[in-house]
Design a protein around this ligand. Sequence first.
Ligand SMILES: [Zn+2]
Length: 491
Amino acid sequence: MKTLPRTIDGLRGLRAATWVRESTAGQYDNFGPDAQREQVARAVERYGLVDTGVEWAVAHSGWRIAGHPAWADMLGRAGEGFDVLVVGYASRFARSLEAHVDARRAFHAAGAAILFADERILSSDDDAWDSWAREVVEAESYSRRLSRRVREGYAAKRRRLGTPGGNRPPYGFRREGRPPVMAVDEERMAVVRQAYELSASGMRDREVAVRVGLKVMHVREVLTNPVYRGRLHRGEPSSAGAAIDPALWDSVQLVRSRFSRRFPGRQAYPSRPYALGRLLFCAACGRRLIGDTGRYRHLDPCDAFVGARPDSPPARFPLVRVHGHSYAAEVYDRIVPAALAHVAASATVKASVVELLGERSAVDTLTLARIQKDRDAALARYVRDRDPGALEAEMARLDAEEADALAATRSVDPRTALDYLANLPRLWGDADPERRQQMAGALFERVDVLGIREATITPSPEAVAHGWREAWGDTVLRLSDRGDYGRGERI
Ligand SMILES: [Zn+2]
């Protein structure tokens, strides 16, 4: 019988095969096949394994994985074609405790071992037995999806140990002792520090990801998690203390909130969402205006934009700063209700809108925008509670909703179009700030402004399909420092 590797350092030169399992419930998954392969590739390199190129990739429930033909094939070849099966994450090997235990026994009997790459646990390392057992038990208990009880348990654990709940500790930490508490993993924390420094220098998440060799999604998690500055998500102090200087952490939040691309208008610090989010541009130079601390700012402003500031100090609009680099968010955000009021009135009084419109088709972009928002929210929740069951269930629900919305691409008859336009002001009036941002995103491609002189609105395909152009005509919105915005002819 072959000798089993006793420690993770004894893996050098052994032959590795790969196991990748894709979850069936939802594809939206932090532990998707790419993430798993990445973990495997790193482990192979780190421990000096020899990649045999043998890989099993299955899309199957982790709960019933032992019934899959690939499982039997993999067990049958253990110790023959390879010595170590490298798995990205314990939970991606199998979800059932029994399957884990059976596989471990079969592997060791055949002189082979299983390595959980992310958790750095080798099945044949007796000293790692506790960790191995904990992981495989957790793999099963997660699949039981007792999300509520799980969350309650974690909340209690957080209070007790000052440790974030969830399947795995945040990147750069590991669990230590019993009961486990978080300890810094120096090698990984150095990567975290580098990510923070690069981000604070103004580098985008994507660029940071390339530099430090993490996935963008993970960089994002790392850069927003208060655990690195010594706080848990609900504000309690973390037992691990501050791994990143809180001042550096704060400046990263600030820089990221300014340049956030992926989540328009969403700030790392709680703040009001900007209705026009990332839709607002300078009409003269085409640069985007940035929502920042309650204002829209033209960074490094062009002369034309500055020149379009109000002539005299504003009387009724004290928030307007006269030097013309930035304006209070409401100055621009009120473009939306002003435009909606005009369009609604025009649609109602002008029979021409109805006549001009033939049948058109429209995708329900409002619903799609809301679904995207819900996806972001589900991911954000997942980052906090690490409950893959809840995430998968929510994503599967949203997948179904999205499929429905896409299937419901419908033709718009003139009467529907008129109702749509006429209802916009009321919808806007009833909406909360977040919903307003969604509405603006669904209605407008972009809004180009010049100081507070005029705004040019480019409607979305959805708005066009509902007769926006006919109702709006070829006009711009005249802005003024008194806040009374009216339509004007395009110059
Ligand atoms: Zn400009």
